[in-house]
Design a protein around this ligand. Structure first.
Ligand SMILES: [Zn+2]
Ligand SMILES: [Zn+2]
Length: 461
């Protein structure tokens, strides 16, 4: 029997969230496996009481003796969020770059697991060998520090797993996209590219963090009273921009919200944010006049327990907001969150507080590739086959059409559980199905999707 090269998404294909992908190589029955990413989805209001959802790992748990390790592309929750829940069933090695390693170590610490013997830190743009795979980390640009594409070399050919990415010519922090290396990889031949589909409906380019910084500075220069910026804590370039704008406008900065502090510390620990001013404690910031302070808060999606909501509801012990102050939502209005966010905007503007968001000013760029970014990647990599992932079905079908327009020979449509045979055979296609599903974290225990308690809660609506 001949060796095979297989790809199987257990999560993230047909949905945006809980990414988990498998690759295998070897003769049937003797294959070796790797996991790329192991993320969560945040539960919405359709399942009351459930906080997190993650992919059912049963298929790979059954093969754990042939599992070589978990490789992480970057530290967003939809790529690492389930690691401390699933790892105890696998007990394998984990490979990640320094910033991602700091953040996952915290997750294991919370679960009282010492992960250090299993965690292998991979330097940026370096290569790792997990026979029969050779995995090269390639620095890309995204909306977090250290986003990596993976070139997975096998005896049957090479795969480029992009992870999440965009083309940002000025990411401000961390390296630029390694287009030179991507072109070389393209020239050496790419059997299949597994690619981010999030923004396939968006025309033009995704845009640059530098342009957001310039625009934020323009806006902040004209503001005379208290400024509260809210954004995703994990976007360290955006965080640095707010520090930069505070300094340039003669203001102090104060960080508000647990994850803002957590990410700030992790970034500092990895040698980032070296040239920014020192943030001050919100308790001290109370004593500074309102035209001399900028707050950077969590809760940009109007999360009930987020700092932004607590400040708006006047229940935060240290941060106040009043008439003529300004709130800048430097983040995307995520579809599904409009209702609660607009309620928050309304509450603020009614009190005479100015609200600036991506709807009325240029204060945000996405971290995912628009069509022009995709075109560039396709031209660098020239893959023989493209498998769209990281999208709902509508995104992935549009991405298949895009790949056809780009003259890709074999675009392959997948959903969670599909097993694609990339080799042998001329045409890669889905040839088998792995069991897949979702697990719910209900308090501290995991429950299957069709469990009675979950069904009953869905029926509550
Ligand atoms: Zn993602
Ligand atoms: Zn991401």
């Amino acid at each position: 029997m001949k060796e095979e090269l297989l790809f199987c998404p257990l999560g993230g294909s047909g949905e945006i969230g809980m990414n988990m992908n498998l690759f295998a190589y070897g003769k049937p029955g003797e294959q070796k496996w790797i996991i790329v990413d192991i993320g969560v989805t945040f539960a919405d209001d359709t399942v009351p009481g459930v906080d997190l959802i993650y992919p059912d790992p049963g298929f790979i748990v059954n093969k754990k003796d042939d599992l070589l390790g978990i490789v992480l592309t970057h530290a967003h929750e939809d790529h690492i969020g389930a690691i401390a829940h699933i790892w105890p069933k696998l007990k394998c090695k984990i490979y990640a770059t320094p910033f991602t390693s700091v953040l996952i170590s915290e997750k294991f610490k919370e679960k009282k697991i010492d992960i250090t013997p299993f965690l292998k830190i991979v330097e940026l743009n370096s290569t790792l060998t997990l026979q029969p795979f050779t995995i090269e980390f390639i620095t890309l640009t995204h909306s977090i520090l250290e986003p990596n594409g993976l070139r997975i070399q096998t005896p049957a050919g090479n795969i480029l797993h992009t992870g999440d990415w965009k083309v940002d010519p000025n990411p401000l922090i961390g390296g630029k996209i390694n287009s030179k290396r991507l072109k070389e990889i393209g020239e050496a031949g790419v059997l299949a590219m597994i690619c981010d589909s999030t923004n396939v409906f968006s025309v033009g380019k995704s845009g640059s963090e530098l342009d957001v910084r310039k625009s934020l500075l323009n806006i902040m220069e004209r503001l005379k009273k208290r400024i509260i910026v809210t954004s995703f804590a994990s976007n360290v370039a955006r965080m640095e921009s707010v520090f930069y704008c505070a300094e340039k406008t003669g203001r102090q900065i104060s960080l508000v919200g647990r994850s803002m502090h957590r990410i700030y510390k992790a970034a500092k620990k990895c040698g980032y944010l070296k040239d920014v001013i020192e943030p001050i404690d919100p308790r001290d910031a109370k004593n500074i006049s309102r035209n001399k302070i900028v707050y950077l808060c969590t809760g940009s999606q109007g999360e009930p327990m987020g700092a932004m909501m607590r400040v708006s509801n006047n229940v935060h012990p240290d941060v106040f907001i009043e008439k003529d102050d300004t709130v800048i939502f430097s983040s995307k209005i995520i579809p599904g969150n409009e209702k609660k966010l607009y309620k928050l905007h309304n509450q603020l503007v009614k009190e005479g507080i100015e609200v600036i968001s991506e709807e009325n000013e240029f204060v945000h760029v996405s971290g995912h590739p628009n069509r022009e970014d995709l075109k560039e990647m396709y031209n660098w990599v020239k893959p023989r086959c493209v498998i769209p992932v990281h999208g709902e079905h509508r995104h992935m079908i549009e991405h298949i059409n895009f790949a056809k327009e780009m003259q890709v020979k074999y675009p392959v449509r997948v959903e969670n559980g599909d097993i694609v045979k990339l080799y042998p055979g001329e045409k890669p296609e889905v040839f088998d199905k792995a069991p897949s599903g979702r697990l719910y974290i209900d308090g501290s225990i995991s429950v299957e999707e069709d469990a009675k308690s979950i069904k009953e809660r869905k029926n509550l609506l």
